[in-house]
Design a protein around this ligand. Structure first.
Ligand code: SF4
Ligand code: SF4
Length: 435
């Protein structure tokens, strides 16, 4: 009974903190701009392929397969974690054992995957701490970002060790007592042969509590970590853009203006005018980004695959697509609370564009879309880069001089070249002369 009370208190505290985090992010999302979604069938297919099928990750055969197995292993192990909550609340023991063969399949695979994930975490830590893989570095990868990655990997490693410990002492305890073992545990069965004279019941309890408390800790650590993708990656892939990469979307306000220019009668034809405020053209600060841009920033795993294929970055330019995405999350953390507290006119005299992301970075982008193509969680970097460029061009007239010349030519000559429209057919003169 004491165990049940202690468990209920820990669970309530975990849920309370989690609810606080959910509300905080909900408030942040409310600050962002809307973006319509639809086509749920296509989205579902994409989610199955990219999120559950891990097809982008698997493009790199070895490390990709390790990542994918960790992801699939986590799904299986989650079932066991749900069972622990039931057992903790109601004082039962391996409650889901009533599922028979299916239960054995799930806990058996979970047992094997726990060992695999523990080894994978050691490999991942080794790659970061000893091999110092280049793509994990960059100007945006601060000490804090590295520590966050190490911390999350260590917690996962401890989670797997405590899970195997719990299973091992469970098997040993049941074997010693001559009782039936509920489920199968291929790895723990092996380890159980080495426990010797240990107090198996005590060690089972220690591992049980260590595992569940680590789950509670991890659940509340994730929303403040780069490992937020554990929650966000599946919905983010489901909600990712369906248009071909490289296809730009039109700005609604501009489309309306152009239509009115082409057909002035439309202005008096009773077409509904939303009467709202004139919105900002493009993105200057965090309240201009749409909810998907913000969701992308929360989902970013900071893996650096985008930056490692970016031609601008590779050729020494300032641009790093990972930094652009990370900056959105940081800026929301910085300004979001002020906007919620003081309303939309809150101004901290800083902006995403300028104080975090410079024009030099933005204009270095070739819009090749290699970053979006490589991102394992379907983040779209060029869309936010283009939106910030739109702000520079349309609100600040701050395009690079080469572009300004093109804009002037389009305005004066109806074409990007520096030739008058009157001279457009001059090339035919010679043809007539020779005819
Ligand atoms: S679209 Fe821009 S940011 Fe992305 S890889 Fe190409 S140049 Fe880099
Ligand atoms: S944007 Fe995508 S590819 Fe780039 S670091 Fe984040 S998760 Fe990795």
């Amino acid at each position: 009974m004491i165990k049940q009370i202690l468990f209920s208190v820990s669970l309530l505290a975990t849920l309370g903190i989690f609810a606080y985090s959910v509300n905080k992010y909900y408030q942040y999302f409310k600050l962002t701009r809307s973006l319509p979604i639809g086509d749920y069938g296509k989205r579902f297919n994409m989610m199955m392929q990219v999120a559950f099928g891990q097809n982008k990750i698997l493009r790199r055969p070895v490390i990709g397969l390790i990542h994918a197995l960790v992801f699939w292993g986590f799904i299986v192990i989650t079932v066991g974690s749900m069972e622990m909550v039931i057992d903790g609340l109601f004082g039962t023991d391996r409650f889901l054992g009533i599922l028979g063969g299916f239960y054995s399949f799930v806990v058996g695979s979970g047992d094997v995957m726990a060992l695999f994930i523990a080894v994978a975490m050691i490999v991942f830590l080794y790659r970061r701490l000893v091999m110092k893989v280049k793509r994990f570095d960059g100007v945006e990868m601060s000490h804090k970002a590295h520590n966050d990655a190490h911390m999350a990997l260590t917690i996962i490693l401890l989670l797997m060790v405590s899970l195997l410990g719990m299973n091992t002492f469970y098997v040993a305890e049941k074997t010693l007592a001559g009782e039936e073992i509920v489920g199968v545990y291929p790895v723990s069965q092996f380890f159980a042969g080495f426990v010797g004279n240990a107090d198996v019941h005590l060690w089972h309890e220690i591992n049980w509590w260590a595992h569940i408390l680590l789950i509670f800790l991890f659940a509340n650590y994730l929303p403040y970590s780069k490992h937020f993708h554990v929650y966000m990656s599946i919905p983010n892939v489901f909600l990712s853009r369906l248009e071909p990469l490289g296809q730009l979307y039109n700005m609604e306000s501009i489309t309306k203006e152009v239509k009115l220019m082409l057909d002035p009668n439309a202005a008096f034809s009773g077409a509904p005018d939303d009467g709202g405020e004139v919105e900002r053209f493009g993105v200057k600060d965090i309240e201009d980004v749409n909810w998907k841009n913000y969701m992308d920033s929360l989902t970013c795993t900071q893996c650096g695959r985008c930056t490692s294929v970016c031609p601008a970055n590779i050729t020494g330019k300032l641009l790093s697509p990972r930094k652009i995405i990370m900056n959105i999350r940081t800026r929301m953390e910085e300004k979001g609370a002020g906007l919620i507290k003081n309303g939309k006119d809150f101004d901290d005299k800083k902006a995403l564009l300028g104080d975090y992301i410079t024009a030099e970075e933005l204009w270095a982008c070739t819009t090749c879309n290699a970053c979006a193509q490589e991102c394992p969680v379907n983040i779209n970097h060029p869309s936010i880069i283009i939106d910030m460029r739109r702000y520079l061009v349309m609100e600040q007239s701050a395009a690079p001089s080469e572009l300004n010349t093109i804009f002037q030519n389009i305005e004066n000559n109806g074409a990007p070249w520096q030739f008058s429209q009157d001279d457009r057919l001059k090339w035919t003169d010679e043809l007539y002369m020779n005819a």
